[in-house]
Design a binder for this molecule. Structure first.
Ligand code: ADP
Length: 373
């Protein structure tokens, strides 16, 4: 095949694409407001068709699709055939907010480009190395088994890419490095990576668990759900929507953009100050927990929108951890680019690294197609 790969990332209301020639980005863009009234394309299929019409696909070797949920079955990226497509469809109940959009993209791409290999790259795959003790929820085992209830973890492509880049940045062998990666975007998750293997991660059966996010609550007592059902008379879908789309920073302040939350906090808004405190405290707790689980930590790496661009959040999230050998140098923290932001003599390297899920998907896609030649 040629090295030309189109990467499609069908999110809940947008489709992002990138066209690669080897490691070079030839084209990229985003179609937004998919399925929203007044504007954008009617659905994901229409959006993907728009992209396929717009991009120069001459000599295309493969298409790489981001797929959110790979369940227990997919621990590696795979070439999509009818059987794989059906298996991803079977996983829709586990990821009703995500997998249908991913499938729509695959469906159209297969139809419009029948001769081009389509590869699915799963957000969950990197976490297949989670020990059973990390993946198991302490509930009735038969019920859990029957309904696929366990920790799968997400953002795997990003945690894999960023932990690898951390080893490169520190010039240390990846196989020996113990890293805590903090992906803080609109969605957010933490991961403990031991020698290239995910051994703990904060997202669970779905992307709802763990850190405070733009619109998701992260961890909470499951009783909250029963209480809202019984006392507030809310329906299950309504509660699902509340916790996934109207909680987190948005629930606490009315806005999900961290820049706006920080601007309000600086202007003296107490709700914004509390939201930031809740957000950062949750991260601190996970760093401490993963430190304990790893036993020794070489690096803590921040990535994604907030992780890459908010020195305030980085400093606040790691404040008070000096006894663990974790500290942030203010001047380095204020800089830009992939870099170490801890002082020279620090025991643990604190890093900021730009994530690049699309590049990683392109690489994985080439590897799958290349291996099948
Ligand atoms: P997604 O998870 O949708 O891919 P990103 O990784 O781009 O999104 O992260 C989006 C988040 O990053 C937004 O909440 C945005 O507020 C935040 N962000 C981007 N730039 C900054 C910045 N300079 N300071 C603080 N937060 C930022």
């Amino acid at each position: 095949m040629t090295d030309r790969v189109l990467v499609l990332n069908c999110g809940s209301s947008s489709v992002k694409y990138r066209l690669y020639d080897g490691e070079t980005v030839r084209d990229k863009g985003i179609v937004e407001r998919v399925g929203e009234p007044g504007g954008g394309p009617a659905d994901h299929a229409t959006a993907v068709r728009e992209i396929i019409d717009r991009v120069d696909l001459a000599g295309l070797g493969a298409v790489g699709h981001r797929v959110v949920h790979g369940g227990r079955r997919f621990s590696q990226p795979v070439l999509v055939d009818d059987e794989v497509f059906a298996a991803i469809e079977d996983l829709v109940p586990l990821a009703p907010l995500h997998n249908p959009a991913n499938l729509a993209g695959i469906e159209v791409a297969r139809r419009v480009m029948p001769g081009v290999p389509q590869v699915a790259v799963f957000d969950t795959a990197f976490h297949h190395t989670l020990p059973e003790a990390a993946a198991t929820y302490a509930i009735d085992r038969d019920t859990a088994e029957r309904y696929g209830i366990r920790r799968y973890g997400f953002h795997g492509t990003s945690h894999a890419y960023v932990s690898k880049r951390t080893a490169e940045l520190l010039e240390r062998p990846y196989e020996q490095l113990r890293t805590i990666t903090l992906h803080l975007g609109n969605g957010a998750s933490a991961c403990a990576v031991d020698g290239g293997r995910s051994v703990a991660t904060s997202m669970g059966m779905s992307p709802l668990e763990g850190l405070v996010m733009g619109t998701r609550s992260g961890d909470l007592d499951p009783t909250v759900i029963f209480h809202l059902r019984r006392e507030a008379g809310m329906g299950v879908d309504e509660i699902d929507d509340l916790l996934n789309h109207r909680s987190g920073l948005f629930g606490l302040t009315g806005v999900n953009d961290m820049r706006e939350v920080q601007a309000r906090q600086e202007a003296g808004d107490p709700a914004a100050a509390l939201a930031l405190a809740v957000y950062c405290r949750r991260i601190t707790g996970y760093v401490g927990a993963y430190y304990a689980l790893l036993g020794r930590v070489d690096a803590v790496t921040f990535t994604a929108g907030v992780g890459e661009h908010s020195p305030e959040v980085r400093a606040a999230a790691l404040a008070g951890l000096e006894r663990l050998g974790i500290a942030v140098d203010p001047a380095r923290n204020a800089g830009t680019g992939d870099r170490v932001i801890s002082p020279d003599d620090a025991e643990v390297a604190v890093c900021v690294i730009g994530t690049d899920e699309e590049r990683e998907i392109a690489r994985e896609t080439r590897a799958v197609v290349g291996a099948g030649r």
